[in-house]
Design a protein around this ligand. Sequence first.
Ligand code: FE2
Length: 157
Amino acid sequence: MTGRVTDSGGRPVPDTLIEIWQTNAAGRYRHSREHHPAPLDPNFDGIGRAITDSAGRYRFVTIQPGAYPWGNHYNAWRPAHIHFSLFGRAFTQRLVTQMYFPGDPLLPLDPIFNSVPDERARQRMIAAFDIELTQPEWALGYQWDIVLRGRDAAVFE
Ligand SMILES: [Fe+2]
């Protein structure tokens, strides 16, 4: 997955630290407070860090996370997502958000995704599948851009 971090004027935000955390393919976090009994993946920690390049671009090679039950209500499942944290120019500018995958049937049912009232803002939380980024016999490619401020800003928690 890759994308660009830009400011409200579309200017790239270089040298910014991005951290991600996510479940493995079975929907399990590697975390001491995790209660979902899905198996851990011995080859996957579920965390990553990258610094944006001079064009504001980041790239992660990861696995597609799984949906997981979260007990918020009967038969409650979180849609597959990746948590993102971005550090801006200062340590106090940490921004946290979630990225979702296109076509996920759980999205219309998810109270967290739907807590964002604006339809266009919700759509900006969904990555785009990209066949050009996709590499044969290796990995699907997704594109997800993050706008820090302004009318098209990403939804931050
Ligand atoms: Fe999560």
